[in-house]
Structure formats: structure tokens, C-alpha cells
Design a protein around this ligand. Structure first.
Ligand code: DGJ
Length: 741
């Protein structure tokens, strides 16, 4: 990996074995983007990639077609990366090169989550300083290339070197100009309980975007954008991903220009953002991670998974086995007391569960969702011996103890609201909109962050708590920062996020051994920003196995298995009413951070035995199922989506777990093949079905097969047309592959 600086051509070549990222400084000091793609040879000049016989709006031949940091108002009518109102009220910027530095490693971004390196030789960073003279705007543009990944990290800092305030209106973290528009745009979109479905649409002239203005990245769209060639598959072809390490309002946009080029941009949503930058102040934009893959969508996901698992997530839990948990939410909702919880935990312990999580309803007087958020003291009616008393009983059973909190919220019916009604977000003189019967605390105010860090610190130190589920169940309306003057209200949403990150930072620093799972009504803030503090997140409130195939498949586009909470729940499923076999529920939840979310005391003896086997299987294979390479084989968004297959492979390719799922049983199918990937083609693998059932799938595939055979010919499904009737709907099968030389 190198960052090569050619002083003659004024060209920067950021390069590793996989990719090249090229830019150069034009004679007028503007920054031209030359290339993002497969690695190009070092020591060469690539200026020809940028300059063409092209006349843009101004007919000036020094107007490049592709810009590293586009602004508006000077003849480039595409969407800008930066729009900053100067002292004269205009937003025109002429950002010209001032200087650059090449730094070993990767500097952190103050106040914001970001990827990191553990040794300076893992990455190199180009810091470019640009300046607009009339407005005295200085931009520090940091571009990091990682040694081992086809990935670039981009961050941006804007400084005011003048004497008058600047007003930031658009500050995109990444802007990428591509030379053509022959791409399919993929977004991860959906809603509560059906998050991160893969939505594909061809690029077309004009702008296409997804965004959030909710105060959180949201259930509706992931803060990312992927483009892939029309022929790109999971394993072949080009794909480019842009992913924002941020949890608040965002915009992800593609614009196809009249000359058929494409501009991608990703950053804080400009419609809900302005920022006043006083003289001498600097503003840091969130980081964006750009991945280029020549090995299909799967190659792109591999890079995100490795980076996000090992260089974004941090803390002692990053590399540790995550415990198999049982959460009482769907088992009891608000209706529990100490005895009922201990009874659930006792059964769970018998079958091998390692951690008991007490969800919503333990504090204040919360028997439903109308009350008590903000009152973080135990409800002695339900838990007479306090959290400590309960936690110690759970511990005595041999389980860890985890606790649910929702720090950012306040109920109108709470002591906190009685004492501090002004802490709930509101616009003076206007009604507050209630949602889920709760309001949101104004996290932009430091005194509220201080208060929460104090009271929650007390809760976490009051008992042996080894896990926290940090929930966030409603979005922000009437956005208004109580401590911000009227002309700075545009800063509110970002300041809210900075407050949330500060609280996360303080609590995770004070309690480094606690495993934190982020949550926002399921996947309503399941993003790379959260991953920097919470190494796992609750992927969705939808625990239905069939729905989870789509949700986990989509989420895996960017996020690793170690980040995806996945639980087996009771049937009929509480979100869909669907009845799926226990085996299918587990086979789906295995591919993530596994757990149960039900009343374990309701299990029959046969179910207890089955669950015990499931947990034993997961624990024996969780190194692969949490930290292995996840490979999507056939997806819920392919064809009729009826057959889904994926696998997780150990880093040394010695073991692999394959999950096969057939949603509906259609009569009289023909035999089908599922080609595996990621194996050692030269090795032989012993293939066996788990559990060891003597069925058609098992008979057709069990035995010793070559890695090459499994990859080139594949597993054989639906060999026995008559077996299907017995298997029925919602069928799943796990196959275990072990290399035997
Ligand atoms: C939403 C979460 O996603 C659920 O798992 C549960 O914790 C509820 N909130 C509790 O209110």
C-alpha cells in the first residue's frame, strides 16, 4: 500500500494490491478525480483519465468533468459536495490546493465514530488542504487507503479562517464521479419489521436518492448506497459501495448528468442541516467508507464485513464469542415479576443459554408503554430485591445478566418530566407530537447528557450487569435545540447525534466489559456509526424466520454476522402470525448473534431437547457463525425468492456451515444445484446434515466431496420430488462441511 505523489503531474495515487484511487491538482489548483477501480501500475501518470476534449458549461478547458470536491455556482450544475454561505451570502466556492501531507495510519475524527487502525502500517492517509480565498474557507480532505482492503475512508473538515461567520449548508462526506452511468443502484430500504430489503433500480438521467430526516438513520433506508454493473452477481463484476459511519439524518444520492456520467454523494442530509462556523472554528463531517469490488457484491460485502467487524467495532467484545442470550420481551412483554423471570432463566440455563436479558418494563411504574421513560430506578412492585437482587439470582443460576435501557427518551408520565418538562424536545409555543406515547430528550444539551451519564452509570454499577440493550423507539418531531439560538436551529439534528455519541462514549468507557447491543425499534438505527460503540445491534423487531431471511440477507450487504442480533421466538410469530418449525427458526437465527426471545417455561420436553441441541451446535460453531466469512448464495430477492441459501466459512476454510431454506413447498420440482463458494478447491470436505436426519437432502449431499466439486457442481436439492410433501412449507436444512485434507 502506498500513496504516491507525482510532483511533476501533481498526481496522487492511493494504491494497494486491489484498488487504485487517483486524483490530481489542476493548474488552477482545483482537485480532479481520475479513477476509482482495480489497482493500476505504480509509477505511471494518469492525467489522461481526467482531461478530455470536453467543454462544459463555461467552455473552459480547465473545467474537469470529474471533481474530487464539487461545489456549485461555477458551471457544474450537478449536485455539490459542499455548499457554504460566505460573508457575502453567496455559496460559490473556489477551493484551490494549498498543501498536502501523507500520514502513516489514520487519524480519528473528534466527536465522531470512525474506523481505525491498530498499527500505522495498516493504512496511509492523504490530507489535502484547500482554500477558497474570498470567504477564507479552508477544507481539510482526508482520504485513507487501507493496506488490506479495497476500501477508502473519506472525511472532511471545514475551517473558518476569516473574521466573519460561515454558514455550512451542504457538507457531503463522500462525492464520487464515475465516468459512465451503466450501473444499477441498490439501496437497503424498507420499514419497521422489514428493514434493509435490497431494492434495485437502474440509474437514469437525473437524481435518485434515499435519505432520513427522522433524527436517526431510520428503518426506511440504510445510510448507504451501492452501484453495481447490470451483469454483476454476488461473485463477479464491479460494485461500488458508499457507507456512512453516522446514525443521524443522511442523504445518499446518485445523479446521472447530461453527458452520461454519474455522481454519487453521501453525507448529512442537507435539507435538515445548517451549521454556523465562527472564526477559527472547524466542523468535522462524518466518515464515509467507499469500497470498490471487482469480485461482485459478495467481494464488496467481504471488505465491509472485515472492516466493520475488526476496525470499526471496538472494545473487549469485538473479538470475543458473543453469548447465547434469552430476552424476555416477546416472552412476557411488561407482565413479569422476579419469580417469572427467574423461572424463564432457570429453564434457559438448563438448555445452555448463557445470558439472560431483562427488557423493557423494569423501572418506574411501567406496566405498558405510556409511562416512566427517564425514571431509571427499579420498580420494586415487580422486582422487590432490585436489579441487583435479580441479577444475583440469575448469576447464581450460571447466567450473565443483561438490562434494557432507552436513554434518549422521556414519558410525559414520569418523574423526570415533572422535574424537567423542558428537557423533552419541543418548539416553544407549539404542541409536541407524541409517538409511542413518549417524547425525545434534547440530547444536544450537554446537561442532559451529563444527567443521563450519571443516572445510567448508577444503574450499571448497581448490579452485576454484563450486557446492555440500548433502545431508541421513536423519531424526532418538532426538532429544536433548547440551548441553541434561533439562527442555529439547523445544527440541532447533528448536535443531537453528537450528544448521543458522547453518552455512548462515556458509558462504554466507564463500563468497558459490558457488551452493548444497539436497537431502535429493531433496525431503526442499525448503522456503522452505532457499530463503533455497540458491536452488535438488534437487526429487526421482526423475528419471523421467513421475514428474517430477507432482513438478514439485506443487512449483510454491509454488516457482518457479528453485528446482527437474531433470535428464535415463539409461534405463531408475533409479527406475522406465521407458524414455522423450531428448526427453521434456529437455522435462520444461527447466522448472526444467536438467542431466544420467548417464555422458555412454555417449552415442551421435546422442544427443550431440540433447543439444547441447537445451542450446543451454535456454541460449537460460533467462531464461524459470528466471525466467519459470510457468503450469500441464493437470495430472497432473486427470482421468486423461494429458495434461499447462504454460508459461513472459517478463515482457514477448514469448516463451513451452509443454511438452505425453502419458503413454500411447490409440488413436482426439478432437481436443483446450489454452488458453494469460499472453500478450498483442493481440499476434500466431509459433508453432513445437522441435525443428522436421514432425508433426501442429507442423502444426496452427505459424504466426502471435493471443494472444487462443491463449488463447481454444488449441493443437490430437491432430488426427491415426493419428499417435498412431507417437508412442507418453511423448510430449512443446515449442512456442515469439514475439510479432511
Ligand atoms: C423495541 C425493541 O426493538 C424491542 O426488542 C423491545 O426492546 C421493545 N422496544 C421494548 O419497548
Amino acid at each position: 500500500m502506498t500513496i504516491e505523489w507525482d510532483a511533476g503531474l501533481r498526481q496522487f495515487h492511493l494504491r494497494n494490491d486491489r484498488i487504485s484511487y487517483l486524483l490530481r491538482i489542476l493548474d488552477n489548483g482545483m482537485l480532479e478525480h481520475l479513477h476509482l477501480g482495480p489497482a493500476l501500475a505504480a509509477g505511471r501518470t494518469y492525467g489522461h483519465l481526467g482531461r478530455r476534449d470536453f467543454a462544459g458549461f463555461t467552455n473552459r478547458l480547465d473545467d474537469p468533468i470529474a471533481l474530487e470536491l464539487p461545489t456549485s455556482g461555477r458551471g457544474d450544475f450537478r449536485v455539490p459536495a459542499l455548499a457554504i454561505e460566505g460573508p457575502d451570502g453567496s455559496t460559490v466556492l473556489d477551493l484551490r490546493y494549498v498543501e498536502h501531507r501523507i500520514l502513516p495510519g489514520k487519524p480519528p475524527i473528534p466527536g465522531l465514530p470512525s474506523t481505525y487502525v491498530e498499527a500505522d502500517d495498516e493504512a496511509e492517509t492523504l490530507e489535502l488542504v484547500l482554500r477558497d480565498e474570498p470567504s477564507a474557507t479552508v477544507v481539510r480532505l482526508l482520504t485513507t487507503i487501507f493496506r488490506d482492503e479495497p476500501a477508502i475512508a473519506r472525511s472532511l473538515h471545514v475551517r473558518n479562517d476569516g473574521a466573519a461567520p460561515l454558514r455550512l449548508r451542504t457538507v457531503m462526506s463522500a462525492s464520487l464521479d464515475l465516468p459512465d452511468s451503466d450501473w444499477i443502484l441498490l439501496t437497503l430500504s424498507g420499514a419497521w419489521a422489514r428493514e434493509r430489503h435490497v431494492i434495485r433500480r437502474p440509474l437514469a438521467p437525473g437524481r435518485q436518492s434515499v435519505s432520513s430526516r427522522r433524527g436517526a438513520s431510520g428503518h426506511e433506508h440504510d445510510p448507504s448506497l451501492v452501484v453495481a454493473r447490470p451483469a454483476t452477481t454476488e461473485s463477479c463484476g464491479e460494485a461500488i459501495g458508499l457507507s456512512l459511519v453516522y446514525s443521524g439524518n443522511f442523504l445518499a444520492e446518485a445523479e446521472v448528468h447530461l453527458y452520461g456520467t454519474t455522481r454519487l454523494r453521501l453525507g448529512i442530509d442537507p435539507e435538515t442541516f445548517t451549521w454556523t462556523l465562527g472564526p477559527g472554528e472547524e466542523f468535522a463531517a462524518p466518515e464515509a467508507i467507499v469500497v470498490y469490488s471487482a469480485a461482485g457484491l459478495g467481494g464488496m460485502s467481504d471488505a465491509y464485513h472485515r472492516l466493520y467487524r475488526s476496525r470499526l467495532a471496538r472494545g473487549v467484545w469485538r473479538d470475543r464469542d458473543r453469548p447465547v442470550l434469552i430476552n424476555n420481551w416477546e416472552g412476557t412483554y411488561f407482565d413479569f415479576d422476579e419469580e417469572r423471570l427467574v423461572a424463564i432463566a432457570a429453564v434457559a440455563r438448563e438448555v445452555g443459554v448463557e445470558l439472560f436479558v431483562l427488557d423493557d418494563g423494569w423501572f418506574g411504574a411501567r406496566d405498558d408503554d405510556t409511562t416512566s421513560l427517564g425514571d431509571w430506578f427499579v420498580d420494586r412492585r415487580k422486582l422487590p430485591n432490585g436489579i441487583d437482587g435479580l441479577a444475583r439470582r440469575i448469576e447464581a443460576l450460571g447466567l450473565g445478566f443483561g438490562l434494557w435501557i432507552e436513554p434518549e427518551m422521556i414519558s410525559a408520565r414520569s418523574r423526570l418530566f415533572e422535574t424537567h418538562p423542558g428537557w423533552a424536545i419541543a418548539i416553544p409555543g407549539r404542541d409536541r407530537t407524541e409517538s409511542r406515547q413518549q417524547y425525545v430528550l434534547d440530547m444536544s444539551r450537554p446537561e442532559i447528557v451529563d444527567h443521563l451519564s450519571g443516572v445510567l452509570g448508577d444503574v450499571l454499577s448497581s448490579a452485576p450487569i454484563s450486557y446492555v440493550k440500548w433502545d431508541m423507539n421513536r423519531n424526532i418531531t418538532e426538532p429544536y435545540g433548547g440551548s441553541l439560538p434561533p439562527d442555529r436551529q439547523g445544527e440541532f439534528f447533528h448536535r443531537y447525534m453528537l450528544g448521543v455519541y458522547e453518552l455512548y462514549r462515556r458509558l462504554t468507557a466507564a463500563f468497558p466489559d459490558i457488551l452493548v447491543e444497539s436497537c431502535a425499534g429493531g433496525g431503526g438505527r442499525f448503522d456503522a456509526g452505532m457499530l463503533a460503540f455497540a458491536p452488535q445491534g438488534w437487526t429487526s423487531d421482526d423475528t419471523d424466520a421467513v421475514e428474517r431471511l430477507a432482513i438478514q440477507w439485506g443487512a449483510s450487504t454491509l454488516y457482518p454476522l457479528s453485528s446482527m442480533g437474531a433470535h428464535v421466538s415463539a409461534v405463531p410469530n408475533h409479527q406475522t402470525g406465521r407458524i414455522t418449525p423450531l428448526a427453521t427458526r434456529a437455522a435462520t437465527a444461527f447466522f448472526g448473534v444467536f438467542g431466544y426471545e420467548l417464555d422458555a417455561t412454555a417449552w415442551t420436553d421435546a422442544e427443550r431437547r431440540e433447543v439444547a441441541d441447537q445451542i450446543a451446535f451454535y456454541v460449537a460453531n460460533r467462531d464461524v457463525l459470528q466471525r466467519g466469512r459470510f457468503i450469500r448464495l441464493q437470495g430472497p430477492f432473486d427470482g421468486d425468492g423461494n429458495l434461499v441459501a447462504w454460508m459461513a466459512v472459517a478463515p482457514d476454510r477448514g469448516r463451513a456451515i451452509v443454511g438452505l431454506y425453502r419458503v413454500l413447498s411447490h409440488p413436482n420440482p426439478g432437481p436443483r444445484r446450489i454452488r458453494l463458494r469460499g472453500l478450498d478447491p483442493a481440499s476434500s470436505y466431509r459433508v453432513r446434515a445437522w441435525p443428522e436426519i436421514d432425508d433426501a437432502t442429507s442423502r444426496a449431499n452427505s459424504g466426502t466431496r471435493g471443494g472444487d466439486d462443491l463449488e463447481q457442481a454444488g449441493l443437490i436439492l430437491d432430488v426427491d420430488r415426493h419428499a417435498l410433501a412431507a417437508e412442507g412449507d418453511f423448510w430449512a436444512r443446515i449442512l456442515v462441511l469439514e475439510a479432511i485434507g
